[in-house]
Design a binder for this molecule. Sequence first.
Ligand code: ATP
Length: 323
Amino acid sequence: MGEDTVITVSGLTKRYGSLLAVDHVDFQVKEGEIFGFLGPNGAGKTTTIRILTGLSNPTSGSAHVLDYDIDSDIAEVKKQIGVVPELSSLYDELSAIDNLLFMAKLYGVPRDQRKERAEQLLKMFRLYERRNDPFATLSRGMRRALTIAAALVHSPRLLFLDEPTVDLDVVAARSLRSLITDLRRQDITIFLTTHYLEEADALCDRIAILVKGRIVKLDTPEAIKSSVGLDLPVEISLAAASQKFVEEVSAKLPNLQVVPVNNKVRILGGRPAEVLEVVLHSAKHAGVEVNAVTTVRPNLEDAFIKITGLEPIMMAVEKGDSR
Ligand code: ATP
């Protein structure tokens, strides 16, 4: 495993009877990145996290986490990683700070460092004012934030976050995303599972799209969005209608649809950068002025639909039903 790689997974497979929950999955997570594991219900996200964090054994395949083989050195992996489960394991009746102190003890943080670390985390997660309040009395978003803080008491380099913002309201989810971005700035590598396309887009350096246990795409959000060749309309407003312009653009972009409508021309498909270059060149050549150019950028949702053939709404609906 390379120096910059914190997780290496090869041929990882988990079978439940006849069901392949995780089906020969390969990927690497690089030091310092937020790696998104994106997929609908039942795609195998949680199963993969459970294997990588030592809660479940793979049927076949291998994985290295922080240079340790999960097969032979899982105890060491568990000591060194942070894991935020979907459901918090903190104690309702204990205060925010006491929960952190307790977790610090469990993780073997030296006694004389526990209080300082707990207070530092409470401040980082904007919970310091509420430090003496019992966990149960905190808001849902605060409880989620404290659960993440608890996974960081021993200062792990690698954090597993399973659906961090599920069931949170918009404001709490946004606040939590900004906390996650802060963690990344502190060079903590984050393995994040999520249903939310926008969340993955906003937070992740790279995203693996998982469908039925298989990775169907793995790349940066930008590359995923631009790789799928979506039918992006680019609309050119010309000072006057120009047949010459239309002919020239059509000749240079033979695979795209070029549709003149009065003094506007819509071009469908193709990368905006490439289209714009041809448009500007052809306009000059045809002696017509370009008044305006409008493009619609694809979002991850467009890409997701193209890649998986699934409707993104499915993910939202299933998520609401299942929790
Ligand atoms: P979700 O977003 O709903 O959490 P997921 O992507 O995390 O979905 P997994 O929980 O990993 O998906 O489940 C993958 C598949 O494996 C599902 O079909 C699930 O029903 C199945 N599965 C998971 N755990 C078990 C188990 N202990 N026994 C049998 N089948 C299981």
